[in-house]
Ligand binder design. Sequence first.
Ligand code: HEC
Ligand code: HEC
Ligand code: HEC
Ligand code: HEC
Length: 126
Amino acid sequence: MRPENERKLAVILGLVLLATAALCYTVLKPDAPEEPVRMLFKGSAGDVLFTHQIHVNEYDTDCASCHHNLDDGDEEYNCSECHEPGASEDDDVMGRTDAIHAQCIGCHEEMGAGPAECAECHATPK
Ligand code: HEC
Ligand code: HEC
Ligand code: HEC
Ligand code: HEC
């Protein structure tokens, strides 16, 4: 092989290795955690901090007690997928705010633990 051909080969080989490395990085990079640790809901009534992981690990609640659709084999975790923002257009399915209020406050009252008053959840109520 002539020297300039050898150099070309080396360059091509280098590019192939680089492409392989890039591909491995995209394919093998660690997954984002499936279950959020905590979430901050922002809105006109004041921010609400929700300790998502603590609710699962320490308050003895399983995924489907909130993501109730999982029972039907549905993998969707976002309430808005079915509960439309604000007041509902559809009488059969509550709007998102009502659905979240009903679930959070409903469980707190049922378990006799956790906040039920506006200001206990909403940090800066108006
Ligand atoms: C258990 C906690 C909790 C309690 C108690 C609670 N809220 Fe909320 N509230 C939330 C959460 C969480 C949201 C965010 C829902 C969303 O993102 O759609 C919210 C959303 C709202 C919104 C909609 C804000 C917006 O801009 O979309 C209003 C208005 C509201 N709450 C008022 C109240 C009032 C009034 C009370 C008392 C009667 C109350 N909330 C009690 C947790 C609570
Ligand atoms: C106490 C109630 C509750 C429990 C228990 C719970 N979640 Fe959630 N989770 C929520 C709420 C509320 C949201 C916010 C959904 C939204 O914003 O529409 C959420 C959001 C999520 C999201 C993010 C969805 C998105 O689109 O941003 C994932 C993923 C998730 N939960 C997974 C899980 C898994 C897995 C479990 C069980 C290990 C679990 N959750 C248990 C209430 C709960
Ligand atoms: C895949 C669609 C879907 C998703 C996602 C979903 N819901 Fe629902 N939800 C429904 C439907 C449909 C109903 C009405 C029929 C029923 O009661 O099952 C409902 C009913 C409810 C009710 C009333 C239950 C009752 O006993 O009257 C609450 C509260 C509720 N959802 C809260 C939530 C919350 C909070 C989330 C997100 C953590 C969520 N839903 C995610 C479809 C969904
Ligand atoms: C299935 C039951 C259940 C649901 C649904 C639920 N909670 Fe709770 N939550 C609890 C229990 C039980 C406690 C009290 C634990 C204690 O005091 O030891 C609690 C405590 C809390 C607290 C005070 C302690 C902390 O971890 O910050 C907040 C704030 C709270 N919940 C917000 C919410 C919000 C917001 C939602 C809806 C998005 C929600 N919870 C839905 C069971 C629930």
